[in-house]
Design a protein around this ligand. Structure first.
Ligand code: ATP
Ligand code: MG
Length: 579
């Protein structure tokens, strides 16, 4: 490609719309342009990089035995009703109407479609296992589209769905995808870490997210550098989560004392109660939260120094439909306002308590009367707990659940997700098969997603410097940029540039020739901003010495004899493409 013939609208200034570096660089390097919030056009260079990521994904999926298909983005709402997700996902579903005013759904994911296909095409264990994948555009009405391609309304995903006859085989399918993902991200030049992920309200399943550590990531991940334990904070546990040891300062003698009400005028926070004249340490307080789960109030109890983890709460409640109670609902339920709530004497609502409160004595909690608290609360004696569960967020520095060493919290970008689903969709949508004994069984499913467009941006987030993008060789829009310092057609410089360009193309190297009549400084800056892995600079001075200047994007410039330039560059490319 000749630079003058394509469109690479580089920008000197950082566009105000872009908050994070990878988004800024996507725009500045002329890879994408915004149509409107959450919707982007891929320009020629951006699309080339995207296609390379897709190709890596395709090769590894094929290698793992998955079959490529292409499913409709436009879907009938009936299958979503059948799976129960028409309601559950109503916030993200884009809906459209046809001329007859019938409603349709723009697919945010494809479990419903693939399972419908399987229900009619697969009938015997002999046809299993099967794993189908596609690379396709998804639509999600995200609450907060932001950071460019990271969280968009429309984005490209690779999604795969496996179907197996037995649980053991389903685990094998899962493992194959896990391995394929590790290879995919490695080949994309990304440092990614598989972490244990929350499986929501479906018990007995397992799941890993592939995370790219980055300060701008929307996820928080818990790592143990000593033993390698890694989990999304939504799912993470520390040794503190199972602590049933007595809370510091609680005395056995307090176990016998009666609950005592005391006045706490104006005190509505854990912190206020921890200060004189009350001086109740946060770990000796019971925090009471009211949630509305499936339209009914429930009480959630935690230690005062702990924070609620809503993903864990979803697991404990067994429903994804819950939300914090509104001030009025809370007052109606308990006759007091937040800050004065408690569960002592409450029997009309279900009470869920965090494991750390088990056996606690000498605790203080709200009295369900504004301006009053209760002390000497003995959890086992005074509270009617319906469900005990791990409900708290892990904090930085807590001991690892596996080895006891301090945990580290780190922000990260989720680029991929592997999930053992079980039979939820195959039961709901009749993906049944006859097993060896002729008995009808639901197929055991797994689903596996990679955000292709998000991965592309994550690569930039992880690999750049002050001058621009540093593309890993395999995903660069062009591998080599040839930069002649003069472009007069008859000049020796331009003739050498043309020869090298043609010979690189003949060797199958992806090259772009910067034939623009621009100052060398502009060309060099642009090539660094776009981030081509190798630049060949050709000027009169070096040519007079019989040399061209070769500069890897993140390495040092070297002079190479003109006649050896193509060989040298082809060698660098080959080296860079080695597994
Ligand atoms: P997130 O928690 O970031 O919203 P998710 O759990 O909804 O992701 P999945 O449904 O598992 O995501 O989708 C698979 C992959 O698709 C994700 O790992 C992510 O890389 C990508 N992805 C999801 N939502 C978006 C989006 N709005 N824009 C771009 N990529 C996305
Ligand atoms: Mg999402």
């Amino acid at each position: 490609m000749r630079w003058s013939q394509t469109l690479i609208p580089t920008l000197k200034e950082t566009p105000a719309e872009a908050e994070i570096i990878s988004h800024q660089l996507l725009l500045r390097a002329g890879l994408i342009r915004k149509l409107t919030g959450g919707l982007y056009t891929f320009l020629p260079l951006g699309l080339r990089a995207l296609r390379k990521v897709e190709q890596i994904v395709r090769e590894e999926m094929n290698r793992a035995g998955a079959l490529e298909v292409l499913m409709p983005a436009l879907q009938p709402p009936e299958i979503w009703q059948q799976s129960g997700r028409y309601e559950v996902l109503q916030d993200v579903l884009f809906k459209v109407r046809d001329r007859a005013k019938k409603e349709w759904v723009l697919g945010p994911t494809h479990e419903e479609v693939i399972t419908t296909l399987i229900s009619s095409e697969i009938s015997s264990y002999r046809q299993l296992p099967k794993n189908f994948y596609q690379i396709q555009t998804k639509f999600r009405d995200e609450i907060r589209p932001r950071f460019g391609l990271m969280r968009a309304k429309e984005f490209v995903m690779k999604d795969a769905y496996s179907f197996d006859a037995t649980d053991e085989l389903a685990q094998e399918s899962y493992h194959k995808m896990y391995e394929a993902y590790a290879r995919i991200f490695h080949r994309c030049g990304l440092k990614s870490i598989p972490v244990e992920a929350d499986t929501g309200v479906m018990g007995g399943k397992f799941s890993h997210e592939f995370m790219v550590p980055a300060e701008t990531g929307e996820n928080e991940v818990v790592f143990c550098d000593a033993c390698g334990y890694a989990a999304n904070v939504e799912k993470a546990m520390s040794a503190s989560c199972r602590a049933t040891s007595p809370i510091a300062g609680s005395l056995p003698s307090q176990a016998g004392s009666a609950v005592e009400k005391f006045a706490t005028p104006g005190v509505v926070t854990i912190e206020a109660l921890s200060k004189p004249p009350y001086s109740v340490p946060p770990e000796r307080q019971i925090k009471t939260l009211i949630y509305i789960a499936d339209s009914k109030p429930v009480l959630i109890l935690l230690r005062g120094d702990d924070q609620l983890n809503e993903a864990k709460l979803a697991g404990a409640l067994g429903t994804p439909t819950f939300r914090p109670g509104e001030s009025e609902e809370i007052f109606t339920a308990l006759r007091a306002h937040p800050g004065s709530l408690g569960a002592v004497g409450v029997s009309e609502y279900r009470v869920y308590a965090d494991e750390r409160l088990r056996g606690a004595v000498g605790m203080t909690t709200g009295a369900n009367e504004d301006g009053f608290h209760l002390r000497n609360v003995v959890v086992d004696r005074d509270l009617r707990v319906a469900g005990w569960a791990d409900l708290r967020l892990v904090q930085e520095g807590e001991p690892c659940i596996k080895c006891g060493r301090p945990l580290r919290l780190q922000r990260a970008i989720e680029v991929g997700h592997v999930f053992k689903l079980g039979v939820k969709y195959s039961v709901a949508l009749n993906a049944l098969f006859l097993d060896e004994s002729g008995k009808q069984q639901p197929a055991i499913m797994g689903c596996y997603g990679i955000g292709i467009t998000r991965t592309l941006q994550a690569i930039i987030e992880q690999s750049h410097d002050k001058d621009g993008i540093i593309w890993p060789l395999r995903v660069a829009p062009y591998t080599v940029c040839i930069t002649p310092l003069t472009v007069a057609p008859e000049s020796g410089v331009m003739k050498s540039a043309e020869t090298i360009y043609q010979r690189l193309l003949a060797r199958g190297v992806d090259a772009i020739l910067d034939d623009r009549n621009e100052r060398p400084g502009v060309k060099f800056k642009d090539s660094e901003l776009v981030g081509f892995p190798i630049r060949i600079g050709i000027g009169e001075k070096s040519l007079a010495k019989g040399e061209v200047e070769i500069k890897p994007r993140a390495g040092a410039l070297v002079g190479i004899p003109v006649a050896k330039a193509v060989e040298h560059v082809a060698g660098l490319v080959e080296e860079g493409l080695k597994p």
